[in-house]
Design a protein around this ligand. Sequence first.
Ligand SMILES: C[S@@+](CC[C@H](N)C(=O)[O-])C[C@H]1O[C@@H](n2cnc3c(N)ncnc32)[C@H](O)[C@@H]1O
Length: 360
Amino acid sequence: MNDFYASTVHNRINSDAESTRQRYRQRIARELSWMGWREEAIAGKTIFDVGTGWQALTFIELGAREVHHRDLSSAQVDALNREMTRRGIGNLHSRQGDLCSPWDVDGAFDLIFLLGVFHHLADPGAMLEQALERLKPGGSLYLRLYRSGTWSRWLTAHLRPVAATLSPSLMERVYTLQFPLELQRDGSFLGNMLDDLFTPVWGAFHPETFLHNAAFAGGSIKTEEDRYHWDFSDRDENFRVLFTRSPQGSTADRATRNQHPVVIAPVDQRTLPLTDPQARRIGHLLQQSMDALLEQSHEWERACALLTLYRLVRRFHGLSYFTLSRPEPSSISAFVGDLQRKRLESLEILLQRWGSSESR
Ligand SMILES: C[S@@+](CC[C@H](N)C(=O)[O-])C[C@H]1O[C@@H](n2cnc3c(N)ncnc32)[C@H](O)[C@@H]1O
């Protein structure tokens, strides 16, 4: 299973190298800016990176002294090693490895960079402990991860048990048949869908979880959104965390660590304490629909229903999903302002129609 990403989510990533390179360059620039680092700050740094290898290559392009790269997927590591040979890069070291096992790397880092990785780890606490121990004084650990309590994470969590009865290749086939032109234009919807529905470990976290672990870091912690529990808004479904070890030196000593062990667990999205009565009612309806789908013996029907619902996660900006109340152009902004209600309404109507067509 360790090549899940290379064969599904990222299988188109190397087909247009130049545009992928530019996309990653922009992404790193955006994330460095949130961290409060200038791009020039990467020059001379020792960095640990995880993923497809494109982030690692970007850090090399920005002048990093040395980059150590790891990924669970040997296919991605092989592809990166080929690219390094082709470009004659000698200061990037890429090896296959599981971040939750003891790290097979010596030395300490100025930056450990995990974008889109943390929520896929089977033992995120074990990873966090090891990462924090490998920061140089003043060094930083950056995480970007799924935020619990958003509309998209909530809906996806309900869909995953049904996805577990299907295969990624069937979902890809259904999508390719229904949206061939969209796929030709951009493969990101398909990649996101396969990631969300099929990746073996998929968690969503609350920023407070990280604040609780700040004492362990022996330094400072910066995160976004420290006070929310539930949110159907259009805000980003990810959040960022930056642990920075104090420049004076050590991570927390053993006594502090024993007092504040790393405790980190994903939030179960399906049992969130919803206070909004409409969301509670729809959550119940959604669960009933998922139970009914699980009993549906035709896998194509299960796959089509799943695709329709998943499009509410990623294509909710498309007004076509809200044709029941398509706005006049003059009232678009009021309509968009009310999107979260409309989105819930659409989901409710869709589920009710499915329910009534099944009972006929
Ligand atoms: C959604 S991708 C994010 C990739 C990253 N943003 C990039 O573009 O390079 C998640 C990555 O985490 C890797 N991964 C998942 N679990 C892992 C683990 N336990 N140890 C190491 N890598 C892991 C996957 O192989 C995949 O490349």
